[in-house]
Ligand binder design. Structure first.
Ligand code: ADP
Ligand code: MG
Length: 664
């Protein structure tokens, strides 16, 4: 075997038989270098390793045979079409093959030579000629690349055929050990039963069996998880090497806080408080995610942390994703903390509400980050819905305090994130989960309303609001019609205009969409809160945390377009007071009864736990679909599975080992 002049970084154009045009097509698939090509993972495999005889083929009507070309001819029809006919044979018999309009195929089929043919007899009665999906000349020296084996099928979108790719890859096959450096130490490979990297890449593209595919994918998937695990462990190690104020509360003060609450805490709330209590006293910065369904009572848990900071004379900064939510948090935290004489202040548009009073808790939006005003003794940062903040903002935040002591960090999210995913996305953080709902809370009654019953549903809402003498209120949500913000706005706007003239002409309707200015949005929401509006027609802008306790009905149109986690967020807008609340989801016109999307919606209305619906959706549609944008920090794996907690655990322990032994 000669040494290749290629390296892993060589551009693909240096590989034999890859020219300018093909190289450009490969670029469209994100393949620029030899390495990219080797890591172009097949989307699936086709098994043609079971080669049958012609007599079996005649019986079974399809299969892969090994046969000699006896005769091959091109026949020209009157309409100038070309039909290629071949007669092939083996010891057991003769088979006929036909190709249409592939006049040059004849050049590849020399009479007297032996090939593998993948054939199928068309189902038309009386057919004698087989259709051929693929054929390959017997290659004694190198073995087969395409047929008579487990064959990889690649993404064909850029006009690059799997067959062409396999033929290019087979050139690299011999050089794999020389091209690929295996960075995984033998002891780790042995511990987790992993094959070598060159072996894995070989088996990914040229497996002998499905067992090979499995071995190859295990190794490549492990590497992906390991890369992530090293990042997570390094981040954690870096944090643990810094210092934070030791924040303690003695038992008396702890009980004092608990005793002021108007209700008993749920066990999950108690546990979360305990975990935070423990973290704050360690002298290293806490980094904790508080993950609890809408209405599960995260605010009190966060307030306990702020209380602890205040007792120790440290300031807490709380950031909400929107101005409306900042106001809401300001009120909640003031209610909970002012009885201990802790000063809570709102910081909006560059000014404190009462500039003369030194605050111990500051509530604002992420705009806080860019204010000149920032106290020096910040001991705790609480961020609501962190994933709504940009990556840059998040990093800025962590750099905020370049003093000796770093602040503790607590982030809350009402997006129920299954455990597997928190381990990946928030893998460097500790997680507290609140699954339990406060007692006496009535679950929201959810219904799937067929499109044909839509009118009835609208009328029911009308009746419900009228009967309550306008004390109850409703949301109606319209999603994207097409992939643009404009049409999103349009759907809601049209519905608003139409409904206010027809069915709901005696009601006060409000309109809310993402293209409105913040101030405009605030005004609309305030009038909704003050009951000057009965029905708020909206786009998904109401999704995050808006709290109007007399809103008892939410209706969601084109519901199948939403992920279940998002639907659940919307459902969380109601059921916040003591009255029974309702959530109606209406699929788009023409949604089929037995379709997957309708099944999803059925699961949604039958399950009230955000964690169950999120888990279900994660399994069905994958995390990218469920949690959306890149900002959410979900890594892109080519091979590893997001739900493979087992491999992640192994990768993390391997990462810790590598960091110790290789000083990463
Ligand atoms: P979220 O987790 O959505 O932020 P909140 O903290 O806003 O939820 O709590 C929702 C409501 O439930 C608030 O009115 C709060 O006072 C109330 N609440 C919180 N914990 C309990 C509890 N253990 N028992 C009864 N009500 C509670
Ligand atoms: Mg909240």
């Amino acid at each position: 075997m000669s040494k290749s002049s290629l390296s892993i970084k060589s551009p693909v154009i240096e590989i034999p038989y890859i020219g300018e045009a093909q190289s450009q097509k490969l670029q469209r698939l994100g393949i620029f270098t030899v390495n990219d090509l080797l890591y172009h993972i097949p989307v699936k495999y086709k098994d043609t390793s079971d080669v049958i005889t012609i007599s079996q083929l005649l019986n079974e009507k399809e299969g892969t045979i090994k046969a000699k070309v006896e005769k091959v001819t091109n026949i020209y029809t009157r309409s100038r079409k070309v039909i290629t006919k071949a007669k092939v044979s083996d010891d057991s018999g003769i088979a006929n093959i036909v190709w249409f309009n592939q006049r040059y195929i004849i050049n590849s089929l020399q009479e007297g030579d032996t090939f593998l043919f993948d054939l199928k007899l068309p189902s038309k009665p009386g057919s004698k000629d087989h259709y051929c999906s693929d054929f390959e000349r017997i290659n004694v020296e190198k073995g087969q690349a395409h047929l008579g084996r487990v064959t990889p099928i690649y993404d064909q979108t850029a006009g690059v055929s799997s067959k062409w790719l396999r033929a290019r890859l087979i050139y690299l096959k011999d050089y794999l050990p020389e091209l690929l450096e295996d960075n995984l130490p033998d002891e780790i490979r042995e511990e987790y039963d992993l094959i070598s990297l060159s072996d894995a890449i070989d088996k990914i593209h040229f497996p002998e069996s499905f067992d090979d595919v499995h071995l190859a994918r295990s190794r490549v998937g492990f590497d992906e998880m390991l890369e992530l695990a090293i990042k997570l462990e390094q981040k954690k190690k870096k944090r643990l090497a810094t210092h934070a104020p030791k924040l303690n509360v003695d038992e008396r003060k702890f009980n004092e806080f608990i005793s002021t609450l108007k209700f008993e805490l749920t066990n999950d709330q108690k546990n979360s408080i305990k975990e935070i209590h423990h973290d704050l006293a360690q002298g290293v910065p806490m980094s904790r995610l508080l993950n609890g369904d809408v209405g599960s009572g995260k605010t009190i848990v966060a307030a306990f942390a702020a209380y602890t900071a205040a007792i120790n004379n440290y300031t807490t900064v709380i950031m909400a994703p929107t101005t409306v939510l900042a106001h809401q948090h300001f009120k909640s935290f003031s209610d909970l903390l002012s009885k201990f004489d802790i000063k809570v202040q709102l910081l909006i548009s560059g000014e404190l509400l009462e500039p003369t009073i030194k605050p111990q808790v500051i509530v604002g939006t992420h705009a806080i980050l860019y204010e000149n005003f920032m106290p020096t003794n910040v001991g705790l940062v609480i961020v609501d819905e962190q994933h709504r903040f940009g990556v840059a903002q998040r990093e800025f935040l962590q750099r905020q305090d370049q003093q000796e002591l770093f602040p503790h960090y607590l982030t809350m999210t009402a997006t129920p994130i299954p455990r597997t995913l928190t381990n990946i996305v928030y893998g460097d953080m500790d997680v507290s989960i609140i699954k339990e709902m406060p007692k006496f809370r009535l679950p929201v009654e959810s219904h799937l309303v067929p499109y044909t019953k839509r009118e009835d549903c609208y009328n029911w809402i009308k009746k419900q609001i009228t009967q309550s003498e306008n004390t109850e209120q409703a949301y109606m949500v319209f999603p994207l019609v097409e992939e643009s913000e404009k049409s999103d706005m349009l759907a809601a706007t049209q519905a608003h205009d139409e409904l206010s003239k027809t069915l709901f002409k005696d009601f006060k309707l409000g309109l809310l969409h993402g293209r409105m200015k913040d101030q405009e949005k605030d005004e609309i929401l305030t009038s909704f809160k003050n009951k000057e509006i009965n029905i708020l027609i909206s786009t998904t802008v109401i999704e995050v945390g808006i709290d109007v306790s007399d809103a008892t009905i939410i209706l969601i149109e084109n519901a199948e377009r939403f992920g279940l986690a998002q639907l659940h967020q919307l459902r969380g807008r109601v059921g916040r007071g003591s009255k029974q609340s309702y959530c109606f989801v209406i699929p788009s016109k023409g949604t089929k009864k037995d379709s997957d999307s309708l099944q999803r919606l059925n699961f949604f209305v039958e399950n009230s736990s955000g964690f169950s619906v999120a888990e279900y959706d994660l399994g069905q549609r994958g995390p990218g679909e469920v949690y959306g944008d890149k900002q959410s920090g979900i890594p892109e794996f080519k091979v590893a599975s997001m739900s493979d907690l087992d491999t992640l655990k192994k990768a993390r322990s391997a990462a810790r080992y590598l960091m110790k032994s290789k000083d990463l």
